[in-house]
Design a protein around this ligand. Structure first.
Ligand SMILES: Nc1ncnc2c1ncn2[C@@H]1O[C@H](COP(=O)(O)OP(=O)(O)OP(=O)(O)O)[C@@H](O)[C@H]1O
Length: 291
């Protein structure tokens, strides 16, 4: 799937601007950004629910907006199953079969059994966890090549969460499905995503494979004799400060800053490993993260 310079303006406001990236077959792409950055709007465009103001989304070179059948390759799992609530499992299977001709009923029943999901007359009778699992069962049974998930583990207990994440990883590995996930759970994305798209105020901030992204920064723990020198404050991200102990994120290219830190003869200077959460703070943190 190729997302090409997608922009969206809603009521005169630019919600997305020039988003371009590629989803490779069999990969998991995590979409991260602060609240209101435009993630859900982007997912809705990628699914063909709303049109972009500019740009295109193509699968095998064909636009999902020009060739409606192409949308059979994409399934969207929204963050709520509200739309399904008054349907029975049977009715939903029938419905999905009309939209997704490759819907695999045998696989559907296999997954229902695996998750101990009973058939129900109304989806609203399911618990929150059951609803989330059911949405996933339907999505994978549809045999779409691209599964798009908005906050798939929001509000779920740890057991259900793990089952969902494991199923996602298995599907990608076993069936060559590609998954796009918008999530605030960076620890979860870190465990499974190959690539990460960072959106900042509707604009692409970066698109990297996770390892390259982490390699761009250095996380260091440093203890100064006094406090962090003023001249450094504007050039580092302070992740944490306890007394004179600082955890900082420094851009790898900012050798001058590192040199300046060392010139202050810190009592301790230690490199730590970067997490995706650290990258998020470094790229999107802004002022309020700096103490
Ligand atoms: N239909 C709409 N009408 C007006 N504004 C909209 C509409 N849809 C989205 N927006 C605006 O677009 C911006 C991006 O919203 P979006 O829901 O895509 O963000 P998000 O990154 O998914 O946020 P969150 O992480 O909080 O769910 C917000 O400022 C929102 O108010």
């Amino acid at each position: 799937m190729n997302v090409e310079q997608v922009s969206k303006t809603i009521q005169g406001t630019t919600v997305l601007k020039d988003i371009t990236f590629e989803v490779k077959p069999g990969s998991i792409v995590g979409i991260i950004g602060r609240n209101g950055a435009g993630k859900t709007t982007l997912l809705r465009i990628l699914t063909g629910i709303i049109d972009p103001t500019e740009g295109d989304v193509r699968i095998d070179g064909q636009s999902i907006f020009d060739v409606p059948e192409i949308k059979q390759n994409i399934i969207f799992v929204p963050d709520s199953s509200e739309a399904m609530k008054n349907y029975s499992t049977k009715e939903l299977v029938r419905l999905y079969k009309t939209v997704y001709p490759r819907f695999d009923e045998a696989y559907f029943h296999q997954l229902m059994k695996r998750f101990n999901l009973p058939a129900t007359k109304k989806i609203k009778n399911y618990s929150k966890g059951m609803k989330a699992l059911f949405s996933l069962v339907v999505a994978f049974a549809a045999r779409a090549r691209y599964v798009i998930l908005d906050e798939p583990t929001d509000g779920l207990d740890v057991i259900v969460k793990r089952r969902i994440l494991r199923t996602l990883v298995e599907e990608v590995a076993g069936n060559d499905v590609s998954v796009l996930i918008s999530s605030h759970r960076l620890d979860e994305l870190e465990f499974m995503a190959n690539d990460i798209l960072v959106i900042k105020d509707g604009r692409p901030d970066s698109f990297y494979d996770l390892d390259t992204m982490k390699a761009q920064y250095k996380k260091i723990q440093v203890v100064f004799k006094e406090y962090l020198p003023e001249e450094l404050k504007a050039h580092v991200n302070i992740l944490n400060q306890t007394g004179r102990v600082y955890t900082l994120i420094v851009d790898r290219n900012m050798e001058k800053i590192e040199e300046q830190i060392r010139q202050n003869e810190p009592l301790l200077y230690e490199e730590l490993s970067m997490s995706l959460e650290d990258v998020f703070v470094a790229r999107l943190g802004g002022e309020e993260f700096v103490s």
